[in-house]
Design a protein around this ligand. Structure first.
Ligand code: SF4
Length: 267
């Protein structure tokens, strides 16, 4: 599924120490968003992935969803703010990726929030939101994304056991190896780093599980940032204000690689 990731905002209600998102407060305005959708249509993208930052903090999340609804929609979220938008999400989104890095205590250690929040609430809110989405639309697909580092390596499979034991409706569990790409992830690399060899030993077969080692420069998908830069991972290949031909060439020459990656996740 040819997918265009759109970072509608770099803002987030979390402040994870392993985050490699750009540490600024830029958000995409509606004019830019419409331009991106028009390019996506011309290039025959099938799906739009809303990501960030935390896309649900964008004040126009609902309007942007309406504008993009002719595409298959995918949402990447930390799961804390779904409640307010659960109707629109369950109606229009095909996949919702929610991130949790362990059961309550270890997830709390891994994820720093911008406000005081208890470990229990930080765990139970996304879990309850996942259940609510599935209740509203049993056909929605839920991806549980977990970052694996040296901090949660020994306990990460307990999260899988929790999911199975409590019948949390997860369609795919994706484990990501920590990479100290840039920003806070780079600054805190020593705290999180885990070898590929250790990561590859993880095995869980009670639900569909995929290990994603990723690359050091996150070069697996097309991402449009709030200021209109189109990047393959962290390498900018064009800007949404460039000529149509420049954008089309920049994307077309790299499409095959991106398609292979997306197939692994949203098959
Ligand atoms: S990793 Fe995700 S949830 Fe955490 S600060 Fe970055 S964007 Fe927010």
């Amino acid at each position: 599924m040819l997918t265009l990731d759109i970072k509608i905002t770099n803002l987030c209600n979390y402040r994870c120490e392993y985050c490699y998102g750009l540490n600024d407060s830029k958000s995409m305005d509606e004019e830019m968003f419409r331009k991106v959708l028009s390019i996506a249509e011309k290039l025959k993208f099938e799906a739009i992935e809303f990501c960030g930052g935390e896309p649900l903090v964008h004040p126009k999340f609902a309007q942007f969803t309406e504008l993009a609804k002719k595409f298959k929609l995918i949402l990447r979220t930390n799961g804390m703010l779904i409640e307010k938008h659960k109707e629109i999400i369950s109606k229009y989104y095909t996949w919702v990726g929610v991130s949790l890095d362990g059961t309550a205590q270890i997830n709390h250690i891994m994820r720093k929030a911008n406000v005081n929040i208890s470990a229990a609430s930080q765990f139970n809110t996304p879990i309850n939101n996942i259940k609510a989405l599935k209740q509203l639309n049993p056909n929605i697909n839920i991806l549980l994304g977990s970052l694996v580092s040296q901090i949660n390596y020994d306990s990460i499979l307990e999260l899988g056991d929790y999911i199975v034991k409590n019948k949390i409706p997860i369609d795919l569990w994706k484990l990501y190896l920590f990479r100290g790409k840039r920003e806070r992830a780079k600054e805190n690399e020593n705290k999180f780093i885990l070898s590929e060899k250790e990561f590859e030993k993880l095995h869980f077969n009670k639900i569909k599980t995929v290990l994603q080692k990723g690359s050091t420069n996150s070069g697996e998908c097309f991402i449009v940032s709030p200021d209109g830069n189109i990047a393959l991972g962290s390498t900018v290949i064009a800007n949404i204000n460039d000529s149509g031909n420049k954008i089309i060439n920049a994307i077309n020459t790299r499409i095959k690689k991106v398609l292979e990656n997306k197939k692994t996740t949203y098959s």
